[in-house]
Design a protein around this ligand. Structure first.
Ligand code: ADP
Ligand code: MG
Length: 358
């Protein structure tokens, strides 16, 4: 097991002839504490797989340093890093039995057949594969094959970390939930560092103690699920986490206070902060409410989700989402809304500024 550290890691894939390289990882400085359960969350194409592959050594970053417990591993081959990696699609040997597939990573490292049997049986039981151990992998469904891949990732007990790259993509929804809880349970039992890549916030928030949010080749925030919800450092985090995500609305300034389409908001802009560039406020739908002296809106849509309703309101050409209680009345005439100033943050070029209340 190891503490994994990234120092100024950047990576550009070789560009097509005549083109400038584009950095898939822009600059990553990140510590993965030994024994942590991390989710790496971000949209497709933001660099999650690239980052994971630099940890396992499938990829050497173009710049920067990666260390395990202080030892530089940037140029070490995968075989010397002791990392288990589970990919998005099953990697199994079709002609081998399920047992032999699970045994492979252990036998490969010279484990005795006694150790192999004990570990394989334990992992198979955990993944409900016990009654299929003697079958050939080729006869299994995609679900079954991916369970073998998970098992192959989990079977060694000498790894520095286990990396999961969207491993439940091919698994059906019911089993998905089951396997995710199993992984979490397993993390609590064995305590090895796990990094779980996903683009699904629910998956990330249920698996991880710490969520690392990536956007466009960079880590934009690391935090507990609660921190990410309450204090998004970047508009993307606010927008990507939460359902619906945070409202991000353009503002101007008047005497130090943000103004949204001629309506002065009760949040103060910190004196001395930079004024060049894009200025926005971020307010979650949970903190927008109806208020008689607020901003006039048109109601575009009301979705009844049982315990609450999601209201889509329009002001000029801006859309504002609100979450209101199931019994709360939606004004039929001249509805007006207000943003709770304690939960409204100001973002300058997408990054939060000042010390607003949490
Ligand atoms: P994610 O896993 O978050 O979907 P990736 O790490 O796969 O993102 O990709 C990040 C960026 O790098 C994307 O723009 C992708 O097109 C590019 N990329 C990924 N792999 C390669 C490759 N082998 N060669 C060139 N570009 C790549
Ligand atoms: Mg990927």
């Amino acid at each position: 097991m190891a503490r994994i550290e990234f120092d100024n890691v950047r990576h550009a894939y070789p560009p097509p002839p005549g083109q400038e390289p584009v950095y898939a990882l822009k600059e990553v400085n990140q510590v993965w504490e030994d024994g942590g359960a991390y989710a790496l969350l971000g949209p497709s194409g933001c660099g999650k797989t690239t980052l994971l592959n630099t940890i396992s050594g499938l990829l050497t970053p173009s710049e920067g340093r990666i260390s395990f417990d202080g030892e530089d591993v940037t140029h070490l081959p995968t075989s010397q890093r002791h990392i288990a990696q589970v990919f998005q699609f099953p990697v199994v040997y079709d002609t081998m039995t399920v047992y032999d597939n699970l045994a492979f990573p252990l036998r490969n490292r010279g484990a005795s057949e006694g150790v192999v049997a004990a570990r394989v049986e334990e992992i198979a039981a955990m993944l409900d594969l016990t009654d299929r151990l003697k079958k050939r992998a080729s006869g299994l469904t995609a679900d079954g094959k991916q369970k073998i891949s998970l098992g192959r990732g989990l079977v060694r007990d000498d790894v520095n970390a286990i990396l999961f790259d969207e491993p439940l993509t091919v698994i059906d929804p019911h089993l998905k939930w089951q396997l995710r809880s199993k992984l979490k349970q397993l993390h609590q039992q064995i305590g090895v560092t796990m990094i779980y890549v996903t683009h699904d916030q629910v998956e990330a928030l249920t698996f991880a103690d710490k969520v690392v949010v990536m956007y466009d080749g960079a880590v934009v925030q690391v935090g507990t699920p609660v921190e990410l919800f309450n204090r998004p450092n970047h508009t993307f985090v606010g927008y990507f986490i939460g359902s619906p995500g945070m409202n991000v609305l353009p503002v101007t300034l008047d005497g130090g206070q943000p103004v949204f389409h001629n309506h002065l908001l009760g949040t103060t802009y910190p004196a001395g902060a930079d004024l060049d560039g894009k200025l926005e406020i971020g307010v979650r739908p949970e903190f927008v409410r109806f208020s008689d002296d607020g901003i006039p809106v048109e109601i575009d849509k009301v979705e009844d989700l049982g315990r609450y309703q999601v209201v889509t309101a329009l002001h000029e050409d801006e859309t504002i989402k609100m979450i209101v209680g199931e019994d709360e009345r939606i004004p039929a005439e001249s509805p007006k809304i207000a943003f709770d100033p304690d939960f409204t943050r100001i973002y300058h070029n997408d990054w939060v500024i000042g010390e607003q209340a949490s």
